[in-house]
Write a protein that binds this ligand. Sequence first.
Ligand SMILES: [Zn+2]
Length: 276
Amino acid sequence: MRTRLLAMALGWLALTAMQAPPATPAAAVSLWRLDCGEIHVSNLDVFSDAFLYVGQQKTLTDSCYLIRHGERYLLWDTGLSGALVGTSRDDGPFRMTQRARVRDQLARIGVRPEQVNFVGISHYHFDHIGQAADFPGATLLIGGPDWEAIRSREDIAANFQPWIEGGATVQTVAGDPDVFGDGSVMLLNLPGHTPGHHGLLVRLRGRAPVLLSGDQFHFTEQVRNNGVPSFNVNRADTLASSQRLLTIADSLDAELIIQHEPADIAKLPAFPEPAR
Ligand SMILES: [Zn+2]
């Protein structure tokens, strides 16, 4: 009996060790915020299915992030189309602009596209996938249901030619994959905005863990008043995922960064400085 209890306790410890990310990553981790465009919204109504923001305007930012782990790189989200640089595009309440391509920003810190090992995509919307094809040698990390959706839609699939036709590697993910194997960078399964939507947990040595929101929230007010966009695929899943993300922020004492929130840009050092 005692042996069985000991085995159960050891089993529980092993499971706990597997699930809780370590306090210190195995390799040095750096995190850069990249400018992936700007989206002026002339009416925020679509960001709530409960009429919370009718008639309000806001300029959202569009953020991508580069994570360096030892000598390996993960690019998290790829922003608006690179073809937008120097021009603008209107679509319903949205006006999109873009200052510089991701690959040109990476050149400023000496990182070439072929050095990027992984491209992680939070979800399949146009403002997160625009420049993925600039990194055709990277392994694509994306939620399984989102990958299925991409393959069935020609307009979106065009952004993923290297992985659909070019033989580049796709890793469809379920749950919370640990990208570098030491718990320092994990995708977090947050379905609801899209069926395979994910956020990203990044643990650095010199500061509190960072939680990149994906589009779980688009701006701070949505956290306070549970704003669920009317274009989300599942309301109940969205609310459950919001609760999960905020609980993780509490339990890890992590800093939540809303990728589209202009006020959250200042939570990380200004490019080209990384957080470490
Ligand atoms: Zn977005």
